[in-house]
Design a binder for this molecule. Sequence first.
Ligand SMILES: NC(=O)c1ccc[n+]([C@@H]2O[C@H](COP(=O)([O-])OP(=O)(O)OC[C@H]3O[C@@H](n4cnc5c(N)ncnc54)[C@H](OP(=O)(O)O)[C@@H]3O)[C@@H](O)[C@H]2O)c1
Ligand SMILES: [Zn+2]
Length: 387
Amino acid sequence: MVVDQETSKNVVTLYSKYMKKAIKLARTTNPFPNPRVGCLIFDENGKIISQAYHEMKGRDHAEIIAIRKAKEIKQDLSKCTLVTTLEPCTEFEGKCTKSCTAEIINSGIKTVVIGCIDPLEKIRGIEYLKSKNINVVQEVMKHEASDLIKEYAVFIKYKRPFIALKCGISIDGKLATDNGVSKWINSQSMREYSNSLRGLFDSILVGINTLLNDDPLLTQRYGNIIKQPDCIVVDSSLKTPCNAKIFSEKRRRIFIITDKNNKVQKLDRINELEENNAIMIYTDKIYDKHTNGYVLDLKPALQILASDFNVSSVAVEGGSQIHSYFLQNNLFDELYVYIAGKIIGGTKYRLCNYPICLDALTNCLKLKLKRIKKIDDDVLLLYQNVH
Ligand SMILES: NC(=O)c1ccc[n+]([C@@H]2O[C@H](COP(=O)([O-])OP(=O)(O)OC[C@H]3O[C@@H](n4cnc5c(N)ncnc54)[C@H](OP(=O)(O)O)[C@@H]3O)[C@@H](O)[C@H]2O)c1
Ligand SMILES: [Zn+2]
């Protein structure tokens, strides 16, 4: 009994070691709207004979490439194990690439180790493999494997990008002084760290007041820079100036979410912004009872960014009205709060200006703490929205 437990513990450790490698492979690229997937095959001696990742929609899935590469090295794969970060796909209507489960069965592989289950309900890979007598070990490093596909999972469920709200606040929850000064709430080291995390996102979104008040560059300048995130400005009446600093970085797209009516009413302004390579995303204005005014309906605009422009994730960087809108509408998946050891006081520019719940705390937004990081007198709290 003791020996059995020990053996199974060793096997789990071994599978986790290979899964870690597969996860690293999956991180090579972001094939959104498809999921990131990494796959490897090891032989009876534990030697990795092939590895692959899914590059982009329309191209072969990681499992297909890994099997093809393995066959070039070894004829008989029956004693090999395939490790994949995501449940392998089955045939379904509208699918344009080969099914991975069929390919696995044809290859003769008898053991498949899987990281996480595909959130797309029509994928029933695990069931299918088991029905064909394949030994399936599932949910190895489940959390890490699920994290790989978080943009894909959000897109399947809500047809929008993954959304993280990011804000630097004082202990009393203020984003700026009542005069609108926010430079700088957090310490230099925390700001550098926060800037390095921009690399985790496809795009950064700000409200027009933040753009006009702060004129930010919205680029990544610290950490491992692979590509500059796209920029999204929320601007109903097209006040974005063409000499704003965001236009100085050319290696990215700039989207302006604006009122549909501007197509007719502000054609000259649109032409001017488009000449500066800005891309317009049109949406309706909707009534907002808290401000007793009209604001842009951001949900459909974000859906367009995901479906038509492949924007997989958005870091929302303020200001106060923008954060209030996203919080109020429960339109986010993560919240990064950078709390500085400062008390600002006053009543304006709070993290959330509007009441989310009034009478009972049972109605408030409840978040799950994922991470804490301390730098100087500042603390980063990373929360996950449980929706
Ligand atoms: N500490 C931090 O992390 C941080 C980060 C960013 C900014 N800030 C500070 O925050 C201040 C600016 O905040 P703010 O609240 O005045 O402005 P904001 O959130 O940057 O922009 C709000 C504006 O966006 C437009 N908008 C259009 N649709 C909207 C919608 N659905 N929801 C919300 N806004 C919408 C509206 O202007 P139109 O009607 O003209 O479209 C609205 O007035 C600045 O002082 C800045 O320094 C602090
Ligand atoms: Zn597949």
